[in-house]
Design a protein around this ligand. Structure first.
Ligand SMILES: Nc1ncnc2c1ncn2[C@@H]1O[C@H](COP(=O)(O)OP(=O)(O)O)[C@@H](O)[C@H]1O
Ligand SMILES: [Mg+2]
Length: 181
């Protein structure tokens, strides 16, 4: 019999008198895709925050590959293979797509804390980054960067006479906002 990758048992989160997540039980099997849906305030974000370690559950357990990960900090849970994405992503807009991936890989491999860690000279990280982009079918975008796109939009906007530097500025700021999801 195949074992679940993720087992959530009796997961509950209370904020004072508000029960945000109430007694969730869920198994996720290998290669299974599950969507959690519900209206605003249903508890989706709180659920993901507990699974990814951003919030401690009030009750219940979260098991990953048979290991209890309940209450572990997010960086430990992420290394075990659970991560979450945000409705608005944080990227480095001045860096290319490939460089953004290199930053993540560099941190993942623990190189970011090393003195003289120079990403532009680390060919192993560069190859690994391109490998991920290929796997996602977006390696043709590896040399583009967000701020270039914003500049192009601003120039195109100016040509059409609509005031677009402000728009580009707003998009840049919105981009760095951390949304709770
Ligand atoms: N940090 C918090 N403190 C107090 N109440 C919260 C907090 N986060 C969420 N809640 C409450 O928990 C409930 C579920 O919220 P949330 O998980 O954000 O729902 P969803 O993501 O499904 O919209 C809501 O009633 C919300 O007001
Ligand atoms: Mg939400």
């Amino acid at each position: 019999m195949t074992n679940p990758v993720l087992t959530i048992a009796n997961l509950t989160k209370r904020f004072g008198g508000v029960t945000a997540v109430s007694d969730i039980n869920l198994d996720v099997m290998p290669k299974e895709t599950i969507a959690i849906i519900g209206p605003n305030g249903a508890g989706k974000t709180t659920f993901y925050n507990m699974v990814s370690g951003r919030m401690q559950p009030t009750e219940g357990t979260i098991m990953l590959d048979g290991k209890d990960i309940t209450g572990l900090p997010p960086h430990k849970i992420s290394r075990l293979g659970v991560s979450r994405s945000f409705q608005i992503n944080n990227i480095f807009p001045e860096m290319t797509v490939q460089e953004n991936v290199e930053v993540v890989l560099s941190a993942y491999h623990g190189h970011s804390r090393k003195l003289f860690n120079i990403a532009s000279r680390n060919t192993a990280i560069q190859h690994e980054a391109v490998g991920f982009l290929k796997r996602l079918g977006i390696d043709s975008l590896k040399a583009t960067c967000r701020s270039d796109q914003l500049r192009r939009q601003a120039i195109a906007g100016d040509r059409h006479g609509a005031g677009n530097t402000t728009q580009a500025g707003t998009a840049g700021r919105a981009n760095s906002r951390d949304d709770s999801g």
